[in-house]
Write a protein that binds this ligand. Structure first.
Ligand code: UN1
Length: 500
């Protein structure tokens, strides 16, 4: 099988102008997955210029027809789900059932946005003058730059590209280098489903060169980015002079609260899944466990047993519960955080080390880790670790739990386990994150609801659902005056009754 991949730039499958390539490896064992073009600023400019041309045609394609193409994309994704999922486990590391879920999330979005081809609702409203009509319609914006992370290599590109396309925009997509091959495969699938040439380009290469060139190109009008808060600030600053629309999905420091009256079995399942699923590498991952005093000891004892029973390994094996983390740098960063936590006074309850037994030494495996007796202000309770590390904080009551939950720089997802309906409704009102779960963990958002967060998690936009359409459209208000005379809004309204 050929491991040399090309990019699709302005409708043609090509190498980068420099012809330099970089390699993508399996984080479980170092296997080479493929080589992708190392694009530079000139490649980004070519892709944007192609998108500018394609946009002029694509925006005129009736939205229901665009929807039919998205429907084909959804069906192609269904047909290719298993192949993409297996490739994802190899390129990114997540266990196979989760990789299937990642592709499914893009399938869901493709069907949802295909349906938008026959909606994309604007609205009409009565107007204040006679013989006049008013309506608000959605226009596409132009060229969209979509820059995506490695942790959801198919789902997150789907969240960005599909709503952008249904609205009539052209897209230049730059996937994370760690999952460049999946990004290229996704674009090939869109092409095979019948998307016209040039409407979607993919360019691969480092964020700080090709990514920055892409978003800074004057013809790019919308930037949609998912990544770290630090990178998001940089994106925001770079595009500010161009007054571009920019939608940012950034970090999280999500917490599950477990109250004394909670169903502990249910809570344990939710904590294990949310903290260690995807090896803790979700924006929505639970990295803080806020526990009410009365059940602290029991919950932590049981949690430690469950955590220590998790089996690390290659995500393709059915026996694996937790796969590798994305790369060596990330592995070392995670371990560094655990050391910081211990130095700050946290008590290591489980894990706390890089796994080196047998075949695990070939990959980037971190043993699922519990840090107990963490105080809310410690760095391990405040900073995003993005790995299988859970900080446990004890609280006295609901008020304290809510205060601790809300007191971070981030505001993506939060959850509470309680049997008390009053506590649940209080939490729904008082938790200041963009996503709130009751009696479920912090992960598992569905594509038809807004996805995103408050504070440092973003800049006020939401992805998915109807909110996504707002990012990729401009409102246009249209007034039609069929009176045949000058009618002055706000002024001639006084004389309307006398003229009838
Ligand atoms: C992310 O981690 O960036 O709610 C996305 C979830 C998934 C999406 C996560 N549906 O965990």
């Amino acid at each position: 099988m050929c491991l040399m991949y090309r990019n699709c730039i302005a409708g043609e499958w090509v190498d980068s102008l420099s012809a330099v390539r970089f390699s993508s490896y399996n984080p479980a064992n170092g296997e080479l997955i493929g080589e992708a073009p190392m694009c530079g600023p000139e490649d980004a400019a070519r892709a944007v210029e192609g998108a500018v041309k394609a946009f002029e045609r694509w925006r005129r394609v009736p939205a229901p027809k665009r929807g039919e193409i998205l429907f084909q994309i959804a069906q192609e994704l269904v047909a290719e789900k298993e192949r993409l999922a297996r490739l994802m486990t190899r390129e990114m590391g997540k266990v196979l059932p989760e990789a299937r879920g990642d592709v499914q999330e893009a399938i869901d979005m493709a069907f949802y946005m295909a349906g938008e081809g026959r909606r994309l609702f604007g609205y009409t409203s009565p107007v204040e003058l006679p013989d006049k009509f008013g309506m608000a319609v959605r226009d596409p914006v132009g060229v969209v730059a979509a820059i995506t992370p490695w942790n959801f290599p198919i789902a997150i590109p789907g969240w960005k590209i599909l709503p952008a396309l249904i609205a009539g925009n052209a897209v230049v997509f730059k996937p994370a280098s760690d999952t460049a091959i999946l990004g290229i495969e996704l674009v090939r699938l869109f092409e095979e489903a019948g998307l016209p040439a040039g409407v979607l380009s993919v360019i691969t290469g480092p964020g700080d060169t090709v990514g920055e060139a892409l978003i800074s190109h004057p013809a790019v009008r919308v930037v949609t980015f998912t990544g770290s808060t630090e990178a998001g600030r940089r994106v925001s600053a770079l595009v500010a002079p161009g007054l571009k629309k920019v939608s940012l999905e950034l970090g999280g420091k999500n917490a599950i609260t477990v109250m004394d009256d909670a169903d502990l079995d249910l809570a344990l399942d939710g904590v294990i899944w949310s903290a260690f699923g995807t090896s803790g590498q979700r924006c929505t991952a639970c990295s803080r466990l806020i526990v009410q005093r009365g059940i602290h000891r029991e919950l932590v004892d049981r949690l430690a047993k469950r955590t220590e029973a998790l089996r690390l390994g290659d995500g393709l094996l059915e026996t694996t519960d937790v796969g590798p983390v994305i790369n060596r740098r990330s592995l070392e960063r995670i371990h560094h955080y655990v050391q910081i936590g211990c130095a700050e006074g946290a008590v290591l309850r489980s894990g706390g080390r890089i796994a080196t037994e047998g075949a695990l030494a070939e990959g980037n495996f971190y043993v699922p880790t519990l840090l107990d007796q963490v105080k809310p202000g410690m760095r391990v309770a405040q900073e995003e670790i993005f790995g299988p590390v859970l900080s446990i904080i004890e609280v006295a009551d609901l008020d304290e739990a809510i205060a601790v939950n809300n007191a971070t720089e981030y505001g993506l997802s939060s959850s509470i386990y309680t049997g008390d309906v009053n506590a649940a409704f209080t939490a729904m009102r008082e938790l200041t994150t963009g996503i709130v779960y009751i009696n479920a963990g912090t992960i598992g958002a569905e594509i038809h609801f807004p996805f995103g967060g408050t504070r440092g998690t973003g800049n006020g936009h939401r992805e998915a659902g109807q909110a996504a359409i707002d990012t990729f459209t401009e409102w246009k208000s249209i007034y039609v005056d069929f009176s045949g005379r000058l009618q002055r809004a706000q002024i001639d309204t006084d004389t309307i009754l006398s003229k009838l």
